[in-house]
Design a protein around this ligand. Structure first.
Ligand code: ZN
Length: 118
């Protein structure tokens, strides 16, 4: 919840408003602002008498907030590890790299990586 200063037209005080999401059905349609002093409700940010009268009361739009975090790895990068390498040798004692002959984990990254064809 965000709180902002307004010059309330209901009680005349410089006080705080709290933003309340407004829903149309299940979709968030916008925000209403409610005076914490007298409870006067402003239906939109435009109607709300913000005290410092910012031109843009919201730095970030709802669209910005709801942006999903981009995935760091795409599918190709995820498979760029020893588990997907054609040099990976599996035997009863463990798994090792056929190039370096060292034991590896399936998640290791290796400079000799060559993707398995299957
Ligand atoms: Zn008020």
């Amino acid at each position: 919840m965000r709180a902002m200063e307004i010059q309330c037209s209901g009680c005349g005080d410089v006080t705080l408003v709290r933003a309340e999401p407004v829903y149309e059905g299940f979709r968030k349609a916008g925000e209403a602002y409610i005076c914490t002093s007298c409870g006067k409700r402003y239906a939109t940010a435009e109607e709300t008498p913000f005290a410092d009268a910012p031109k843009k009361p919201q730095v970030f739009s709802d669209a910005d907030r709801e942006t999903t975090v981009p995935s760091v790895f795409d599918g190709a990068e995820r498979q760029h590890c020893c588990g997907w390498c054609r040099h990976m040798v599996l035997n009863p004692f463990g798994q090792r790299c056929g190039v370096t002959n060292r034991f590896t984990d399936a998640t290791d990254l290796c400079e000799h990586f060559e993707k398995r064809s299957c």
